[in-house]
Design a protein around this ligand. Structure first.
Ligand SMILES: [Zn+2]
Length: 280
């Protein structure tokens, strides 16, 4: 169900782990923000934009992962804004996408909505009566941006903040912590997460951001202690950082392969901590 989270800003569910795309309506134009994995997911967004009296011809891609770039066939020919680094991220994803989806490279390339307008660090986009501020929040991936809409104090966090799954860390856990800590400095009344329910209300949002950084920091602390104590067996370290202690009832254990997601996050942090010590 498409939900109006703030005036003129809608979350649009997609199939990947309670995924949320976003539509922003402004005085001059409407934006689709990320386009899902499947063509019908992008089409639903374009239809909605058209129903509201706009031409669906402006898109923002927050980062180059499959569930943000593969559903956009309907938006071909649009202005597609994305961080410059997303061009590289998309290239990096292609071999894995071929394997995961059982498609040839040409078929995958045909599905990807390629950015047409890229930017280096930050970008402000003017919609007449409102502005979108795109800024980097690396960690989940290297290229990812969040989008702040000041007029309604709303943050489109993409996968930098997830509320329905354990954070997925593909780039760097310390960078992700730093990015989330930066978000805590913003006035946020509504937060649309990349996966999971939108959050409303400053206190609840801050509580969730604090939990995320405490989780990442807590896992890193546990991993570091074990390594400092001489443990070098990855499996032993990973198994020691238990789901129930670090996630508890913050997330539903029986959904979206949650224990595996926790394990993936721990394994990433173990790899980082071992690598850091070997190069010190
Ligand atoms: Zn992602």
């Amino acid at each position: 169900m498409i939900v109006e989270e703030a005036p003129g800003i809608f979350s649009v569910p997609h199939s990947a782990a309670e995924g949320k795309n976003v539509i922003v309506l402004g005085q001059d134009s409407a934006f689709a923000i990320d386009v899902g994995t499947y063509p019908e997911e992008g089409r639903q967004m374009a239809d909605f934009i058209r129903e509201r009296g706009y031409t669906p011809n402006r898109v923002i891609i927050t980062h180059g992962h499959r569930d943000h770039i593969l559903g956009g066939a309907v938006f071909r020919g649009s202005d597609v804004f994305a961080p410059r680094k997303t061009l590289d991220e998309i290239q990096r994803q292609i071999p894995g996408l071929c394997r995961q989806m059982g498609l040839e490279e040409g078929q995958i390339r045909a599905r990807i909505l390629q950015p047409t307008i890229t930017f280096e660090k930050q970008l402000w986009i003017d919609l007449g009566d409102r502005q979108l501020h795109l800024f980097p929040t690396p960690g989940h991936s290297l290229d990812i941006v969040s989008i702040y809409v000041a007029d309604c104090r709303l943050l489109i966090a993409s996968d930098t903040v997830v509320t329905g799954i354990v954070p997925a860390i593909f780039y760097d856990s310390a960078a992700l912590e730093t990015s989330i800590n930066q978000l805590k400095q913003l006035e946020i009344e509504t937060l649309i997460a990349g996966h999971g329910p939108a959050l409303h209300g400053k206190a609840g949002i801050l509580d969730w951001l604090n939990w995320l950084t405490a989780y990442i920091g807590g896992v890193r602390g546990a991993v570091s202690s074990l390594i400092e104590a001489g443990e070098r067996e990855r499996e032993v370290i990973i198994e020691s950082v238990e789901y129930d202690e670090y996630i508890g009832d913050r997330l539903p254990k029986d959904k979206h392969g949650m224990p595996k997601r926790h394990r993936n996050a721990v394994a990433k942090i173990v790899a980082e901590e071992l690598a850091r010590r070997c190069c010190d």
